[in-house]
Design a protein around this ligand. Structure first.
Ligand code: NAD
Length: 494
């Protein structure tokens, strides 16, 4: 059985704890590899390596840091197929979908190549007589990223591209469920010219995460994962005096107004509800059907479900793969076994693929879901789409705003005024207008509201640069010694 190793000081290193965590092949249900969970000492070694490299990397010129990102971009681009295949093998998503994840990751590298421009400070000449004031942004030091299983290539890139180009050094704790791609990215960074020790990977679980949270040499933590863990990382990290951004779970509503094009709305709901088997933090999990559109919309969605090809990523015809683990598949299927007062329109458990050894569950549709049921309240994170019926636009917006989560939401309508009103009214971090998965491009920033994000700054883009740097303001004068005098008054500006 293959060990997926740590990456320390520029090379792959075996784990020593003996505590093996399995890496499954979700399409066959068999174990394909394992990681050895990092101990406190191994995690500390990663931080020490990053700390030792920080002075050298911080001193690298802006153009050199940007050049490493340019080279890294070329290497990732040249290895797209290999990276996407590796993601599919461990995650289970189709190779095309993994390629889409990578394309969005590449955007983040491209954004980071612009760091010399983004790190420019401000300069005020003659702020007072003979006095100039200017601001600069400096890196924090060692920063850490803790990432979820569902985007094993893209989410780490959300973090480390900006962190590194700003002059920080990085420790990544990827998901233990699909960890291989983190090593491939580490090797490509090395080939791109990043000094050994500037990027380290520790495989593992809570022990490694808690070590990073408590470690006095880790200045900042970026986390993406489920809400309970995001809350824990935020609370413990800030208590330890760190800067923290912790992105949590989601329950994304797609509001469909009566004037929307039913066919286009059904296409969008199916694509965003079942893509990657619903294991996306921006997946649509609730369709809010307003007024008379509900019946035709439910019919159009269920008709499309019958045509989704579910199968392993190795089958080029497959459009939807398995879930990440057996436990998760069973948990998701449990919502179909106990739908309460709701109507199960399509039950994915009946799909032939659901009874095989892989972690498959067919696409499922549940109508007339009530807002007090677990189906509505929980983040299901699987191919189960709920339909909630609302009488009016106001009722629909109220639903979105009352929900615990506020990651993404979308409105489908042909009425520009209604769409504009929605964007104004809705309490949510990312909004789509006839766009079901409104993941911002890399030159904006990504983040939800409410229980979908703990912290002040969103991830990647301009707010990512802000997160990974701190500002320093310099007030400077070059006085003529002949005019120098003692003045005990508080400095005045004149
Ligand atoms: P998870 O919370 O189980 O794990 C995320 C990371 O935290 C992993 O690296 C894991 O090893 C670590 N972890 C798990 N338990 C821990 C503990 N008790 N203490 C410390 N660390 C721990 O999430 P997941 O199942 O890997 O990913 C799916 C979740 O991530 C979903 O809730 C999804 O909505 C969310 N997600 C959110 C976003 C976003 O941008 N808001 C993006 C992707 C995924």
């Amino acid at each position: 059985m293959r060990e997926i190793k740590h990456w320390l000081d520029g090379q792959a290193v075996s784990g020593t704890s003996g505590r093996q965590l399995p890496v499954w092949d979700p399409a066959t249900g068999e174990q394909q590899a394992y990681v050895v969970a990092a101990t406190k000492a191994e995690t500390e070694r990663a931080v020490a390596s990053a700390l030792a490299t920080f002075p050298e990397w911080r001193a690298a010129s802006l153009s050199r840091r940007a050049e490493v990102m340019f080279r890294f971009r070329e290497l990732v681009d040249a290895n797209r197929k290999e990276i996407a295949t590796l993601v599919s093998q461990e995650h289970g998503k189709t190779v095309a979908d993994a390629g889409g994840e990578l394309a969005r990751g590449l955007e983040n590298i491209e954004f980071a190549t612009g760091a010399p421009h983004l790190l420019k400070g401000g300069y005020s000449e003659q702020a007072s007589t003979g006095v100039d004031v200017y601001s600069i942004r400096q890196p924090l030091g060692v920063v850490a990223g803790i990432t979820p299983f569902n985007f094993p290539a893209m989410v780490p890139m959300w973090m480390f591209c900006n962190a590194l180009v700003c002059g920080n050094t990085f420790v990544l704790k990827p998901s233990e469920k699909d960890p291989s791609v983190s090593l491939l990215l580490a090797d490509l960074l090395r080939q791109a010219g990043l000094p050994d020790g500037a990027f380290n990977v520790v495989q593992g679980d809570r022990e490694a995460v808690d070590t990073l949270i408590e470690h006095p040499d880790v200045q900042a933590l970026s986390f993406v994962g489920s809400t309970p863990i995001a809350r824990h990382v935020y609370e413990a990290g800030t208590r330890a005096g760190k800067r923290v951004q912790a992105l949590g779970g989601a329950k994304n509503h797609m509001v469909v107004l009566p004037d929307a094009d039913v066919e286009a709305a059904a296409d969008a709901a199916v694509s965003a509800g079942y893509g990657s088997a619903g294991e996306r933090c921006m997946a649509v999990s609730v369709v809010v059907a307003v007024g008379t559109i509900a019946d035709p919309l439910v019919a159009a969605i269920s008709e499309r479900i019958g045509r989704i090809a579910v199968g392993p990523a190795s089958d080029p015809a497959a459009e939807m793969g398995p879930l990440i683990s057996r436990e998760h598949r069973d948990r998701v299927a449990g919502y179909l076994a106990d739908p309460g007062t709701a109507e199960v329109v399509v039950d994915g458990r009946d799909a032939p693929v659901s009874s095989g050894p892989g972690f498959f569950l067919g696409a499922s549709l549940v109508d007339k879901v009530s807002t007090d049921s677990p189906l509505y309240k929980d983040e299901i994170f699987g191919p189960v789409l709920s339909v909630v019926r609302a009488e009016t636009y106001d009722d629909a917006v109220q639903l979105v705003n009352d929900n615990e989560f506020g990651n993404g939401t979308a409105i489908f309508t042909r009425d520009g005024g209604a769409a504009r009103r929605f964007q104004y009214d809705v309490v949510c971090g990312m909004v789509g207008v006839n766009v079901p998965i409104p993941v911002p491009v890399a030159y904006y920033s990504f983040g939800g509201w409410k229980s979908s994000l703990f912290g002040d700054l969103h991830m990647y883009g301009p707010e990512g640069i802000q997160f990974y740097t701190r500002s320093k303001v310099v007030t400077s004068r070059w006085p003529d010694p002949a005019t120098s005098q003692v003045d005990l008054g508080f400095p005045k500006v004149r």
